[in-house]
Design a protein around this ligand. Structure first.
Ligand code: ASP
Ligand code: MG
Length: 404
């Protein structure tokens, strides 16, 4: 039995007309050689509305009730899809996470799927049915409804593909695929025909909002091919797959940028063993993610300036933790929100020397100052002044010939 998982995002099921369209897409696949499992998000905007309501009622809304509340959006969209398929003459039925069940562990609001019981769905598939499974939700060991974090329907789709050994998972969304960079900003951005999990993870976690990053990690671990495509246009999308399936002619695959970083500088820190650890320990204990780090030794050798980046939303907490930290001694604390991080990503850089130089030179030619640098095997990131974001992305897009 060849199984395919089709997942539809919020925009794709956002209106009654769009649900009719989704039902047509499902019917097309079910007429092919596949048994189809459908996963749906809530209709666009519904989850946000529910969250807003919870916030109006309490600024500390119980996380387990939050899960009961926000999972309801998917109940609505799945019933609408199944009902439409019934209308078209198909055997179809909706399933909530707890009915299957899809077992999760972890905190409410950010649980992870650990097991999916297959029997009922398998029987239904064998009988010619099309199951419509609610994304984003599951059930905990103590039988409470759980959710998988914002955008978590992607994780549902990937894990269903894993447990049902699906041949493929197609993520239908409102964009045509993954682009070399944001096509709304750079007109010459091109759709990428195939991208490796590792590159996609960097693109996704750095700002390309195509898929939930954690679900790409799940797909990578389980070697599941993902096709990302538009539900509005019948066009080839982007295949996310293993490196060895990709023939590549470019060093750099894509460029991403984020604008929600903040740069923190501790000026005149007493330079002795253990200071960096003393600074970062309380941050990590408070789940503050430190990203880029640089340290400069001062001329007198006794002091150092330490700069690092965090997410803007963590500024307040970070300030407090540093000011209250009795284990460190420094002269001044500077925080700058007016920065953006630009990253070039590509497995091609592993085998090609000189990529860092080309990036820095291209930026220098445009007079763009680099404040902080960080690199990994397949990524080089620089922190620059926010107002130079467009200029930087544009010049790098040209430098690495991503426009064709
Ligand atoms: N409806 C959920 C959300 O808006 C899950 C999803 O869209 O994947 O986050
Ligand atoms: Mg979504």
């Amino acid at each position: 039995m060849k199984i395919i998982v089709l997942k539809f995002g919020g925009t794709s099921v956002g209106t009654v007309e769009r649900i009719k369209n989704v039902a047509r897409i499902i019917s097309k696949y079910s007429k092919q050689k596949y048994k189809v499992i459908v996963v749906s998000s809530a209709m666009g905007g519904v989850t946000n509305d529910l969250i807003k309501k919870s916030k109006l009622l309490s600024n500390d809304f119980s996380l387990s009730e939050y899960d009961v509340l926000v999972s309801s959006g998917e109940q609505m969209s799945c019933a609408l899809i199944a009902g439409r398929l019934n209308h078209m003459g198909y055997k179809s039925q909706s399933w909530m996470g707890w009915q299957i069940p899809i077992l999760t562990e972890g905190r409410h609001g950010s649980s992870r799927i650990i097991q999916i019981y297959k029997k009922k769905i398998m029987d239904f598939l064998k009988s010619g049915g099309i199951p419509i499974i609610s994304g984003f939700q599951g059930i905990s060991l103590d039988k409470r409804i759980t959710t998988l974090g914002r955008g978590g329907s992607d994780a549902s789709a990937i894990m269903l593909a894993k447990f049902f050994k699906a041949e493929k998972c197609i993520i239908f969304t409102d964009v045509e695929g993954v682009y070399t960079t944001d096509p709304n900003m750079i007109k010459s951005a091109k759709k990428i025909s195939s991208i490796s999990y590792e590159e996609m993870l960097e693109m996704a976690s750095l700002g390309a909002k195509v898929m939930q990053p954690i679900s790409i990690q799940d797909a990578r671990l389980n070697r599941i091919d993902i096709d990302v495509k538009s539900s509005f246009k019948n066009k080839a999308g982007t295949l996310i797959t293993k490196r060895k399936n990709i023939s590549r002619n470019k060093i750099i695959t894509g460029i991403s940028f984020t604008k929600n970083d903040a740069k923190v500088t501790l000026v005149g820190v007493k330079d002795k063993p253990g200071v960096a650890a003393s600074i970062f320990k309380p941050l990590s204990q408070n789940y503050i993610n430190v990203d880029m780090v640089v340290q400069n030794i001062s001329a007198n050798g006794r002091e150092t300036d330490l700069t690092f980046t965090i997410k803007s939303e963590d500024i307040k907490k970070t300030k407090k933790l540093i000011k209250n930290n009795r284990n460190i001694d420094f002269r001044n604390l500077l925080i700058n929100k007016n920065v953006s991080k630009i990253s070039i990503i590509g497995v091609g850089m592993i085998t090609t020397p000189g990529v860092t130089f080309r990036m820095f030179q291209a930026l220098a030619k445009k007079n763009i100052n680099i404040q902080v640098i960080s690199t990994s095997e397949i990524k080089i990131s620089v922190l620059i002044n926010k107002e130079n974001t467009n200029k930087a992305v544009s010049v790098l897009h040209k430098e690495f010939k991503l426009y064709n």
